[in-house]
Design a protein around this ligand. Structure first.
Ligand SMILES: [Zn+2]
Length: 84
């Protein structure tokens, strides 16, 4: 699960860079039709934010070490009780 998130993050970063490049070239070319690239960039930025948020706010289960949400009382992975 953690690896999937990591690769999603890598793909999102690359997509942001590529779409920014495409937008830059289009703007330099006098083409202001960058809605597709802009929204793609926005989606990837959102993915990035979600990833950063999950890394920052995600607690780790003391039993299995997996990331869990703060509002959970029990680990969804192993069922261990979360100590606050
Ligand atoms: Zn656990």
């Amino acid at each position: 699960m953690k690896k999937i998130l990591f690769w999603m993050w890598i793909v999102a970063v690359i997509t942001i860079l590529v779409s920014l490049l495409i937008m830059g070239f289009k703007l330099l070319d006098g083409n202001y039709d960058i809605v597709a690239e802009g929204s793609l960039c926005g989606v990837c930025l959102a993915v990035n934010c979600v990833y950063a948020f999950s890394r920052l706010s995600g607690l780790r289960c003391g039993y299995c070490g997996k990331i869990i949400w703060q509002q959970d009382r029990y680990c969804p992975h192993c069922g261990g009780e979360i100590k606050k």
